[in-house]
Write a protein that binds this ligand. Structure first.
Ligand SMILES: [Zn+2]
Length: 81
């Protein structure tokens, strides 16, 4: 039972690491990758509002795993000069 759950956890981690390596950017969670807020005008049609504050309008965010990878690489580089 414990071995099974450990294996599952490792598989999830490996899959996530692969995902971070293949596509380091994910869609912004606040605007779902659109890059700006959506509002409706008085006729009920969707229109774009201000750019998203979280991703500054580009709709992408760096994955947590990729940020960790970049940080550890920076530390390694700073330490091995
Ligand atoms: Zn956003």
């Amino acid at each position: 039972m414990l071995a099974t759950s450990t294996l599952l956890l490792l598989a999830t981690l490996a899959g996530y690491a692969l995902l971070c390596a293949v596509s380091p950017f994910g869609d912004c969670r606040k605007c779902r990758g659109i890059g700006y807020k959506l509002t409706t005008d008085r006729k009920g049609r969707p229109k774009r509002d201000k750019p998203c504050r979280r991703c500054k309008g580009h709709g992408k965010r760096l994955r947590v795993g990729r940020r960790l990878h970049n940080h550890s690489r920076a530390v390694h580089h700073a330490g091995t000069r």
